[in-house]
Structure formats: structure tokens, C-alpha cells
Design a protein around this ligand. Structure first.
Ligand code: GLN
Length: 560
């Protein structure tokens, strides 16, 4: 089959669920028997998402092949149940960097390299390469940002050029927003009309409009959008707010979105509609009544007066997948680590939760509060799952309070912070290398030290999939079926092997080891119903229909 490309752009405003729309369309097409992949284009200059503060940009997702990308890629993987690779993530910075490198290598044969067509051509070749690499029949391309902004114009240009060269294989979808102003009380279509005109001025006519709104679209609005936006009424799809994002594919299918897309591309489904598993999963979400209370002790929550949970989205989704598979409704609470620093006695509140997670993180803020929380969980047998930084802190807590190494810490926190001021608003703090900490139970590897010294911060952590050998007779051995597993990483610091002996002697179990570098990947505490902490990020591999075994066991114990 000739590959088909569906470009998805956003109208009116950001944050209306383009990523979920792309993921849902992917799931629908997959259920019709097609091989699907999805690409995210972010219009910013950053080469990847790894250098951005999660409060500003949400979670940094990591793929098996180690790219640090936008959280939408996590949604693609979760909905499609397919792995996504480096080629599927584009940013302006990445595209320009490739073109400039090529120019420096004399690969343009002495020609003048120009923004148009050389940049869109690079975009197009990357989109095609991602499709080829995954042997996909459908390549869904999400263009980040909103139609009408300057930043994503070159990507729309690439989409337009693709339609020109592949007229029968390219479709455009606009995900637009229809506000219902409180005082007016009526759903307004005008902003969407403007969005379509703007798209038209970029040479693109949408084939389908997904109408996002608080409530379902009525026939009057459907017709209006149809007439003013030059789209058949049946191609204006109602996409109201719903209880769970996992219901979106089912909602789209109520309006036969899948069949409509196939018809426009002169295709027939390869197999009969099969969303049975997905429907069962959504039913579980809706019918789970009993709750399980999980506390997440973190720090990337607050921006101004709002609480953002996007920074931990994969952790949240992994908790949901596991809880729903056990027919429990997860009640997740955000607990600020800094509170336990200011008021250590308040850590007692952790008793109210069935289980506690300490997720990944960087820098020193909130560290001592998290260590207090871990100590409480260890001593009071509260089920505890530590992720990346969560494992490093569990080791520090154990070293300090059980092994009596009072100065135990991580090189990341024990060195003075060098604060580089780029401007007043954006301060980037980076650890200074070289200074020694007496008890660096968590330390930096020699190769990482070199990178830090040279200020090579972007894309240089231990990233992506690494193997881990599981120790028999551990919780990890019980939950993972294989004795050799593979999990995704994103960190610079590691458990210092010089301290392994003393930690083990005092009862800490090294339940998983990276065989190539002999690095500790999982620790467990024997005298506890569930105290497991991992140097990797299992949350990145949890899928709705295949909850991650560690999360599942954690939730199971929490329920008990
Ligand atoms: N800051 C720690 C490190 O770099 C942990 C990173 C993380 O939690 N992802 O090793």
C-alpha cells in the first residue's frame, strides 16, 4: 500500500487536545488493520524537549532509542501501543540543525540554501523516513502550535507541498475550538471560521474539522461550519469534553470518523472493526467504584495560581492503567515535597494514602522533604515506589538512617550551584563538577563528568532503553516475567558502587543490575510489603491494555 499522510493542525487556541485527537485517530486506523505511526512537530528552536523545565512545557517523554520529546509522543505510544522513534520527533531547531550541518559538509553542491524550499524539504524527508522506518501505512503528523502563528508556518508549508506532490495520499484535519461565552450562552463558530481562512491562506483546505467544545455540536452549528469553512456537514465531527481521554476514539467512531478517512483515501478496512478491548478498558474506567489513594510527592506542580499535573503525565497514566486493571478508581493527590521540609511533622499525613510515589526530578529544591517522606514510608510500611530520582533518594535515606552514613548525599546536590543568569525570568542552575562530597552514595560517572565540564547538557544524559538483569526471589523477579528486562532511562547520576557492600550488608536488596556497566537499576527493602525503587522510568512503557507490572504490583499491594 502507498503510504498515506494525515496532517493535523490546531485552530483558535492551544491545549484543546490535538495530541489526543491524533492518538485516537491512530487507534481507530489500527483497529481497522493498518500499520500506523505518529509524528510530533514542535515549532520551538530547542533541538529536543530535554532542556525545558517541566513546569513550562510538561513532562519530557523518552523513547526506547533515547530521544527526549514532547509528552504527546507518550500519548501516541499509549493509544497506538506502538513504539515511537527519534525520527518521529521534529522541532524547528532539529530541522535547521540538520540543514546547517549538511550545508557545512558541502552537501548542497554549492547552491544557495534557502528557507523555502530547503527547510520544508527537510521536514518532508524526515516525515517519509519515519514512515519507512516503522513500515507504516498511515503516518499521522501533528503540527504543534495554532494556525495563524508565525512559528509553525514552515511546517504548514511542508504539508502543503506534500499534498501537491501526493494529491491522493494526503489529508488535512483541523482540530478547532468552539467557545461558549458564559454571558452569551451560545456556542460560537466564528473563531473556527477565521482559523480555516488562515489555513486557506497557507494553501491548505481541511478535509475534516474536529469541533472541540464543552458540549456536543448541534446540527445548526454543524451546518454553519460546513457552509463557512467549505467542508461537508458530515465531515464536521463533534468532539465534546468527556470524562476520560481514553473514550475519545470511541466517540470519534460514533461519527464514523475512521470510515470517512478511509473513503477519502479510497481505502477499505483490512479487518472488521475491532475496538472490543478498548471498549472493555473504557468500561472498566467508568464502572470502577472503589478507590485507591495514591500520593505523589513532587515539586513540578505549581505555576502561579494553578496546579499543573502535566509534568508527571506518564506516571499518572501508569497509575491509572494499573488501577483500572484492578477495577479501582485511582485518587491521586499532589503532595509538595517542600512542605515536609518546612514542617517535618506534617509528613505523618502520608498515612492517609494507600501508596506513595516519588517520581523523577532534578536539582535541590524539595530534596530533603522527599527524603523525609521516604523515611516515613520505610518505617511505617507504606507501599512505596521510587522512580529515578526517587530511587536515588531512597538510597540516600537508607545510607543516612540505616547505614548511619550521616553525610550521605548525591553529587548533584552536594556541590554548590552555579547560577547562570540569562535574564531575570529564566535562571538555569547547573551543578558544578569537581568538588568532592564525602559520602556520594549517588555519584556521576566519569564520562558524564567530562560532558558536564564541557557544558554539554543537551541530550547527553543516560537516555533510552538499557538492559537490566533481575535478581531471583525479589518482588521484581515476581512481577517481571523475564530475568532480563529493558527499561528507559533519563538521568546523569548513578548509585555509587563503592557503597554497594555497606548498603547490602544493612539489608538493601540490589534487585536489578545493568549487565554492561554493572550499575544498580532496582533496589528493594526486604522488611516491607512493597518498597521498590528503580533508576529507570517504567511509567514510559505502561500502556492502557498492558499496565506496567511494577505499577500493577504497587497498586495491588496498596489496595491490600
Ligand atoms: N536528577 C537525577 C539524575 O540526573 C534524576 C533524574 C530523574 O529523576 N529523571 O540522575
Amino acid at each position: 500500500m502507498v503510504a498515506k499522510y494525515i496532517f493535523v493542525a490546531g485552530g483558535v487556541m492551544s491545549g484543546i487536545g490535538k495530541g489526543i485527537a491524533v492518538s485516537s485517530i491512530g487507534r481507530i486506523l489500527k483497529s481497522k488493520g493498518f500499520k500506523v505511526t505518529a509524528i510530533k512537530i514542535d515549532p520551538y528552536i530547542n533541538v529536543d524537549a530535554g532542556t525545558m523545565n517541566p513546569i513550562e512545557h510538561g513532562e519530557v517523554f523518552v523513547t526506547d532509542d533515547g530521544i527526549e520529546c514532547d509528552q504527546d509522543v507518550g500519548n501516541y505510544e499509549r493509544f497506538l501501543d506502538e513504539d515511537i522513534y527519534t525520527d518521529n520527533y521534529l522541532t524547528t531547531g532539529r530541522v535547521y540543525q540538520a540543514v546547517i550541518n549538511r550545508e557545512r559538509n558541502l552537501e548542497y553542491d554549492g547552491k544557495c540554501v534557502e528557507v523555502v524550499p530547503d527547510i520544508p524539504n527537510e521536514v518532508i524527508s524526515r516525515i517519509k523516513r519515519a514512515g519507512r522506518k516503522t513500515k507504516s501505512e498511515f503516518i499521522l503528523v501533528e503540527i504543534g502550535g495554532t494556525v495563524g502563528e508565525y512559528q509553525n508556518l514552515l511546517f504548514l508549508e511542508a504539508a502543503r507541498m506534500m499534498k501537491l506532490s501526493h494529491p491522493k495520499d494526503v489529508l488535512f484535519i483541523l482540530v478547532s475550538y468552539l467557545p461558549i461565552p458564559k454571558k452569551i450562552g451560545e456556542m460560537k463558530t466564528k473563531p473556527t471560521q477565521y482559523a480555516v481562512r488562515t489555513l486557506n491562506s497557507a494553501g491548505i483546505q481541511p478535509n475534516i474539522i474536529l469541533a472541540r467544545s464543552a458540549v456536543p455540536l448541534d446540527e445548526v452549528r454543524k451546518k454553519k461550519i460546513s457552509v463557512f469553512c467549505n467542508v461537508a456537514p458530515e465531515d464536521v465531527i463533534s468532539a465534546p469534553d468527556i470524562e476520560t481521554i481514553y473514550e475519545v476514539p470511541l466517540n470519534f467512531e460514533k461519527e464514523n470518523l475512521g470510515s470517512k478517512l478511509l473513503k477519502k483515501l479510497s481505502l477499505k478496512p483490512k479487518k472488521k472493526k475491532d475496538m472490543k478491548d478498548w471498549k472493555m478498558f473504557v468500561n472498566k474506567i467508568k464502572s470502577s467504584k472503589k478507590t485507591v489513594k495514591i500520593g505523589i510527592v513532587g515539586k513540578y506542580f505549581k505555576t502561579g495560581g494553578f496546579t499543573l499535573t502535566d509534568s508527571y503525565i506518564s506516571v499518572i497514566e501508569a497509575v491509572k492503567h494499573a488501577a483500572y486493571s484492578l477495577k479501582r478508581k485511582p485518587k491521586i493527590s499532589w503532595l509538595s515535597a517542600e512542605k515536609y521540609e518546612k514542617n517535618p511533622a506534617s509528613v505523618k499525613e502520608l498515612r492517609k494514602y494507600d501508596g506513595i510515589i516519588i517520581p523523577g526530578g532534578f536539582g535541590t529544591r524539595g530534596i530533603e522533604g522527599k527524603i523525609k517522606a521516604i523515611e516515613f514510608c520505610r518505617k511505617n510500611k507504606v507501599p512505596f515506589l521510587g522512580l529515578c530520582l526517587g530511587m536515588q533518594l531512597a538510597v540516600i535515606e537508607f545510607a543516612r538512617n540505616v547505614c548511619k552514613l550521616k553525610n550521605a548525599s548525591s553529587t548533584e546536590f552536594s556541590t554548590p550551584l552555579e547560577v547562570k543568569k540569562t535574564n531575570k525570568k529564566h535562571e538555569i542552575s547547573k551543578p558544578l563538577t569537581g568538588s568532592k562530597n564525602k559520602e556520594a552514595v549517588i555519584d556521576v560517572m566519569p564520562e558524564q563528568k567530562v560532558l558536564l565540564k564541557e557544558r554539554k547538557y543537551g541530550g547527553t544524559m543516560r537516555l533510552g532503553a538499557y538492559k537490566c538483569k533481575i535478581k531471583p526471589n525479589t518482588i521484581s523477579a515476581k512481577v517481571y516475567k523475564d530475568s532480563m528486562i529493558s527499561e528507559r532511562h533519563r538521568h546523569r547520576y548513578e548509585l555509587n558502587n563503592d557503597y554497594r557492600e555497606i548498603l547490602e550488608k544493612n539489608g538493601l536488596v540490589m534487585a536489578g543490575i545493568n549487565p554492561e556497566k554493572d550499575l544498580v537499576e532496582i533496589i528493594e527493602n526486604k522488611n516491607h510489603p512493597f518498597f521498590v525503587a528503580v533508576q529507570f522510568h517504567p511509567e514510559f512503557k505502561s500502556r492502557p491494555l498492558r499496565p506496567h507490572p511494577l505499577f500493577r504490583e504497587f497498586i495491588k499491594t496498596s489496595i491490600k
